[in-house]
Structures are given as structure tokens and as C-alpha cells.
Write a protein that binds this ligand. Sequence first.
Ligand SMILES: [Zn+2]
Length: 145
Amino acid sequence: MTGVIRLNEQQFKKIQAAAEADYPAECCGLLVGLIEAGNYMVTRVVPSLNIKAEQAKDRFEIDPQTHIDLERELRGASDQIIGHYHSHPDHPPNPSETDLKMAYGPALIWLIASVNDGKFADLKAHQINETTQQFEEITLSITSA
Ligand SMILES: [Zn+2]
């Protein structure tokens, strides 16, 4: 049984815009949020530089400095880093083999945006199932707030 991830319209649009702006490269960033009863509520979308610049067409890696700065900033706060997002230029919003290899720990939410011909197409949320060690889609809910 997995939870639901809630994203407001503004955050959704921010990811959508980043995915289109960085096309044909992959965009990426971190998700800050609250975890309540197994459900995730995103409170902030923090864009990052994709440091896999030379392979950015089908790879991404969040800038470790962005990660460190954010963790420092969140120290003592009630929200925390709950996951990250990246885009799949001209590919479906499902985790790739590479994504699975990069997945570390079941706690993180993976949001993937697909962009076709430079236009945002779809956004899906996944999480690693601890038992099967495979990605599992989780329900994404876009709220108007
Ligand atoms: Zn991917």
C-alpha cells in the first residue's frame, strides 16, 4: 500500500516549464515536502543544474551543492527533501534502467515529466518498492492552491 503525492498547480507548472525549457536535455530538481500518514505533500520545488551536461539528453544528476545547501536550509524545519524530479525528452514518464540503477533507498519520490517535441506531455510519480526493488507508480494528485 503506497501513499499519494500532492502537488499544487503552481508547482506542477514549474516542473512543466523546466522540462520544456531544458528540452532536448533533461531537467532536474529536488522536491521538499511533508510526509503525513504515508502521504506526501510537496511544499517546494527546487530546480537544480543537471551536472551530467555532456549526457543530458538521457541522463541527469542533481548538483550536490544544491542538495547540501537545501539540507542545511531545512535543518530544524518540519518539511524535508522527499524526492526529486527529472524529465524524459521524447520518452514516456516511466523510470528507465538507468533510473533504477541510480535509485538509492525506497523513501524517495521520483517524479518524471515526459516532453515530446519540446512540449510537456505527462507527469508521473514513482517510488521503489522495498520488497521487489522495482519502481512502483504512485498516485499523483494536482491540487488547485
Ligand atoms: Zn529518467
